[in-house]
Ligand binder design. Structure first.
Ligand code: PLP
Length: 398
């Protein structure tokens, strides 16, 4: 019979992309929409990186490469891991893929057997459960409340582990919360990971985007035992404004890297050859533009957090990483708008886009159905205009 894959049918389409599409549609109709949905920097890819790609094309570097990526880039990644993350990897421990999402897909395909459980601290980036399900695993969500700055504690991890637990996924700096795990917090979690003998998937996609006093710590750098159990995942999308280039990479044991390389060799082959050359330049070239972007993000972060913390009824913990503010809107859900209860976060987001022309991300699919996420990867002028509108909406509620 003409039935379809159960696994495929269980996957939810990405709601962040849906909101972004709606905002684009309204903009195309000439409506002045402020889009707080963006999961990508609004800056152009730095010119030195673009030029490296153009040179690659002119040099004829446009053929297949080794499936797990070119040696030159693997070496550049090893140097970055050593200097920035204090992680010692050799090139045969590196796999370069078509973006961070693809790296995560490879990781879970390489480590999961049917019914293996993966612990996901909530709030989480909405793709984790779907990627895990597609890889045959079972996502186990552990709620991390505002009172704990939305971060997983070692105790929670220990309590969530079962016979079937294979891995835990840890994302710092975090999407959607903007929180950053401290060394002490990671050390405590690492102890549990070693004791329970599971893997930790360290998603460090936003590692360069940390503001203020916090510093980025890679959990895999905290000792030999945790290193063996860590698969570190990063990429150039967010740090170098290279979302469209699609390059992500992992550092892992040689054994896991080999498996991921084999998987990739059949499913997608090498990541784009030109983008690999561009990534070599991103990682080894001047880092000045990263600092400039970070400086701009920080200005916007400070402005956004300041405004949000002065608004009535909503609550935000100060974010120190990535480019998101995560907002508790539970006090708005029992209010009325035009005589009707707001009730759900998706209804709230619909009112905001339809009547106030502001696109926000309702976080039900991030594991928190009474929070929204605002991105500050848009200009200060846009942020100001959008926050004025949100403030008006809050004041219009009865
Ligand atoms: N990890 C996190 C936490 C993310 O937010 C994203 C992108 O939104 C990714 C991984 C994947 O990045 P990409 O596939 O664009 O490299």
């Amino acid at each position: 019979a003409l039935t379809l894959s159960r696994k495929a049918q269980e996957v939810k389409p990405s709601s962040t992309l849906a909101i972004t599409a709606k905002a684009k549609e309204l903009k195309a109709q000439g409506i002045d929409v402020v889009g707080f949905g963006a999961g990508e920097p609004d800056f152009n890819t730095p010119e030195n990186i673009n030029n490296a790609a153009i040179k690659a094309i002119h040099d004829g570097f446009t053929k297949y490469t080794p499936a797990a990526g070119i040696e030159e880039l693997k070496k550049a990644i090893c140097t970055k891991f050593a200097n920035f993350n204090k992680l010692q990897y050799q090139p045969n421990q590196i796999v370069i893929s078509n973006g961070g999402k693809h790296s995560l897909t490879n990781i879970f395909t390489a480590i999961l057997n049917p019914e293996d459980e993966v612990i996901i601290p909530a709030p989480f980036w909405l793709s984790y459960p779907e990627i895990i399900k597609l890889s045959g695993g079972v996502p186990v969500v552990v709620r991390c409340d505002k009172t704990q700055n939305y971060k997983l504690t070692a105790k929670q991890l220990e309590e969530a582990c079962t016979e079937k637990t294979k891995a835990v996924i840890l994302n710092t700096p975090n999407n959607p919360t903007g929180m950053v795990y401290s060394k002490e917090e990671l050390q405590a979690i690492a102890e549990v990971v070693v004791k329970k003998d599971i893997y930790v998937i360290a998603d460090e996609m936003y590692e360069n985007l940390i503001y203020g006093e916090d510093v980025h710590v890679s959990i895999g750098s905290l000792g030999e035992e945790i290193y063996k159990r860590t698969i570190t995942c990063s990429g150039v999308a967010k740090s170098y404004a290279m979302t469209g280039w699609r390059i992500g990479y992992t550092g892992s044991s040689v054994e896991i890297a080999k498996l991921m390389g084999s998987i990739q060799s059949h499913q997608t082959s090498n990541p784009n050859s030109i983008a690999q050359k561009a990534t070599v330049e991103a990682l080894t070239g001047p880092q000045k533009t990263v600092e400039v972007m970070k400086y701009e993000f920080n200005k916007r972060r400070e402005y956004m957090y300041d405004r949000l913390s002065k608004m009535p009824l909503i609550d935000t913990v100060e974010p120190t990483g990535a480019f998101y503010c995560f907002i508790d809107i539970s006090n708005l859900l029992n209010k009325s708008y035009k005589g009707e209860k707001v009730e759900t976060v998706s209804k709230l987001a619909a009112i905001l886009i339809d009547d106030y022309n502001v696109a926000v991300i309702p976080c039900a699919d991030f594991g928190f159905d009474d929070h929204i996420r605002l991105s500050y990867a848009i200009s200060l002028e846009q942020i100001q205009k959008g926050l004025d509108r949100i403030e008006k909406f809050i004041n219009d509620l009865a």
